[in-house]
Write a new protein. Structure first.
Length: 198
């Protein structure tokens, strides 16, 4: 092999080694970057966990809101009866109902008013655990309103709504009635809790 040919081969080999070294350095930098990204993600999850823990501590103040005394001893059937009576006194017509969960009932309604009337759905939740209706419950009801093609929804609970419900993005037309407002509406429409003591 001639000298210029050897030099050319040697030069080509050196370039290949330099190219491999550059690739290794690039992949090493990528590896370091990957480690930094993974550590950042783990740190983010830990931070979110601690933020949620402290946020839940603040929500316990909301749980201290007393439920109206006349609503404390309601069973689901009594809650359904008083809700139907109140809704009918508001001028709505009850069409149908069904129990959707152990502590919840859906009522299909109709507003007979021309132009502004139409189909509605009311979802009753009887004093949920911790006396709190979550944003997930509200979003699920919003999905039901859309799925059932109802013009409006009314979510009535004997408890209260979690603070994050107020921050939910756009929802279909919906009235949220907590235990306090329910008591006020019962007074306005002169609806009383029937004694169901056994």
């Amino acid at each position: 092999m001639s000298m210029p040919l050897r030099q050319a081969k040697l030069k080509e080999f050196a370039e290949e080694i330099l190219d491999l070294e550059n690739r290794f350095l690039d992949s090493s930098a990528m590896g370091n970057l990957l480690v930094v990204v993974l550590l950042t993600i783990v740190f983010g999850f830990v931070l979110i966990f601690f933020i949620q823990k402290t946020a839940k501590a603040r929500e316990t103040d909301e749980e201290k809101i007393p439920i109206a005394p006349n609503l404390k001893k309601l069973d689901l059937d009594s809650f359904f009866e008083l809700s139907c009576e109140m809704l009918e006194k508001m001028g709505l017509r009850v069409l149908d109902s069904y129990r959707s969960e152990d502590n919840a009932i859906d009522i299909y309604l109709e507003n007979p008013q021309p132009i502004v009337g139409g189909p509605l759905i009311a979802h009753l939740i009887l004093y949920p655990p911790g006396a709190q209706v979550t944003s997930t419950d509200v979003q699920n009801f919003a999905s039901d309103i859309v799925a059932e093609r109802r013009g409006k929804g009314i979510l009535i609970t004997t408890g209260f709504f979690a603070p994050d419900v107020a921050t939910l993005p756009e929802l279909p037309p919906m009235e949220l009635i907590d235990g306090k407002r329910l008591s006020q509406l019962m007074d306005t429409y002169q609806v009383e809790v029937k004694n169901n003591e056994k």
